[in-house]
Every structure is written in C-alpha cells, then in structure tokens.
Design a protein around this ligand. Sequence first.
Ligand SMILES: C[S@@+](CC[C@H](N)C(=O)[O-])C[C@H]1O[C@@H](n2cnc3c(N)ncnc32)[C@H](O)[C@@H]1O
Length: 249
Amino acid sequence: MQVPVALQSLLIQIAAALPVALFAALHPLETTPPLWLLALAQGSVAALLSRAWRQPPWWQPLHFGFMPLVWLAQGAGAPSWVYLAAFVTLLLVYWTTFRTRVPLYLSDRKAWQALDALLPTERPFRFIDLGSGLGGVPLYLAARRPNGEFAGVEVAPGPWLISRMRAWLRGGRVSFLRRDYEAVDLGCFDVVFAFLSPAAMPRLWQQARAQMRPGSLLVSLSFAVPGQHPHDVVPLADGARHTLYAWRM
Ligand SMILES: C[S@@+](CC[C@H](N)C(=O)[O-])C[C@H]1O[C@@H](n2cnc3c(N)ncnc32)[C@H](O)[C@@H]1O
C-alpha cells in the first residue's frame, strides 16, 4: 500500500520524537540535555528515518530542521495568530499539492521567450497554461501576441486570486479559471502549456491525446512524457531541468 507522503512525514516526526522523549524522561531533570540539543537529536533521527523510508531527498533537510525551527519559534515568543496566519497562507498557496504532487514554483523569462518562439505568428490561436500559478506566462505572452487569446487554469486559491488581480490591472486580456485542469477541455486550445512535475505527466498525456485536436501543440517545461518522443526539444540552459518539450498532436 502506498502511504501518502504527508502521512509518511507525520509518522516519521512522531517516530523520531518517541526515543528522544523517552531518553529525556529517563534522565533526572538536572541532567536532562537542553531543549535545543533534544530538538537537534529529534531532527537527526527524523532525517535518517526519511532516508530509510526512501522519501525524495529534499525531505531530509525538512525533517532535520522541523523541530529545531519549532524550538526557535517558541523562543522568539511569536503570538499564536502568527502560526495561524502562516498556516492559512501555506494552505492557500499549496492547497491540494499532497494530491496533485505539483507545488508552486515559477518559470522564468527565458522559458517564456522560448515558448513565445513556438507560438503561431500570423493566424489567431488559443493558449492555455495548465497550473498557471501567479499568471506570469499568459500575461507575458498576451502583451506580445495580439493574435492570441490567453487563459490560465489554477487550482490553488491564493495564486489564482493574485493572477486575477494582475490580469485586471493590465486590462483583462487574459482569463484565469480556478479549477482542476483535468476538468478543462483541452480541445478548445491550439497551444497547451504545462510546467507541472514528473508525477503529473502520464495523466496529462492521456488527457491531451483524448482531447487535443490534430495539429495543436502540447508544450511542457522541464518534464518530458515517459516513452513519448517529443517533436521539438528546446534546451534553455545547462541541465535537463531547463528544457521545453513540444508534441504536435
Ligand atoms: C510549477 S507551478 C507553475 C506555475 C506557472 N505555470 C509558471 O510557469 O510559472 C504549477 C502550478 O500548477 C498548479 N496545479 C497543480 N495541479 C493542478 C491541477 N490539477 N489543476 C490546476 N492547477 C494545478 C499548482 O497549484 C501550481 O501553482
């Protein structure tokens, strides 16, 4: 059975706290190590457990730092609403990341320029960014391509609201929908852009194959579709992470 990564991480933190708490409880109060040392010990055990459970490598520093950060935050004496505000902010930005396995991180101008070069030059076309984040991609392209109609779809309320406000401030040429892109008919678009994650690509490919019209273009930044040879590969910088992959349907 596949345990969701959020649950795995919770179990790891609890499992790491148990031996440290037991160790502290068995010591007389005057010889108990200071809390910061216990927090570091708990973090180290948690990082080791994360490695043993074969979580992706970036979880190890997160597990290591979690309890020391809690200790630091407590020492700083921040009021309790700060924690609530931080939680709500993270919730609004990351929303269903535990399900989609696609967090928010932003593409850059170099990628947008390379994407621009793949768009039709003369004829009208419709473009959508799947998982549009703060709206940077369609807003940038819309300002340069009067022959295009641009949209973005974003599931997380925080980034979606920011992209709506940015579009409104720029005169509203780009529409942003708040929904799961799996509920969008890709057949309505000539160019579909995605900057998601390796986990999302196989399902996206199925959706694109089922819905996109012949001749339309699927472009993915950084993540290829396993087993599907792209028609165009545009390297943007050193390293495979900065590459555009394009498939003509
Ligand atoms: C890596 S970011 C890319 C943001 C933007 N496209 C860019 O290039 O800067 C991926 C975005 O996709 C959103 N996302 C993930 N799964 C989604 C889904 N199923 N439907 C809509 N948005 C999704 C995430 O919330 C996140 O904002």
